[in-house]
Write a protein that binds this ligand. Sequence first.
Ligand SMILES: [Cu+2]
Length: 177
Amino acid sequence: MRQVRAVWTLGLAAVLALALLTAVGCGEEDGGGGGLEITDAFARAGVDPSALYFTVRNTGDEDDALTAVSAKVAGKATLHETVSDGDSITMQGVDRIEVPANGEAVLEPGGYHVMLMELEQPLEEGATITAVLKFEKAGPIEIEASVRSYVESDDGMDGDMGDEMEDADDDADGGAQ
Ligand SMILES: [Cu+2]
């Protein structure tokens, strides 16, 4: 009796492990659209124009490129790059953002971003917006982005984000106790 039970438990563990592996595999495919995964999407609250940031990870063996973006909340969305030239920081439009095979493209404050222009109204913190990213090979991929306030500091990289992450950690710890 006891032996039978041990075998049953082992079998169950194997099934669970397999299920877990399958789930992970599916997740990659669903997030993909040709091996592309979009994470960390957020837009800036309370400013007009606003900016949209995200990371595109290319798990495929073929280079791709982001060529256009559209969002319902914005009459116009364009790809921009922030360029610092000595003490002045300017933005310029770019035609495409490369997403190399087995690599990633990071859109973040101080670098590449999507400028959301012609907003009906400034985006509200805590809201979620949708946007469609158009890739040269993978085609269009719809994403959701959370709207956050972001305070630009001198180096352009330190804002609310660090604080928010710390808060999230605190919450997680609290929940586990
Ligand atoms: Cu811009």
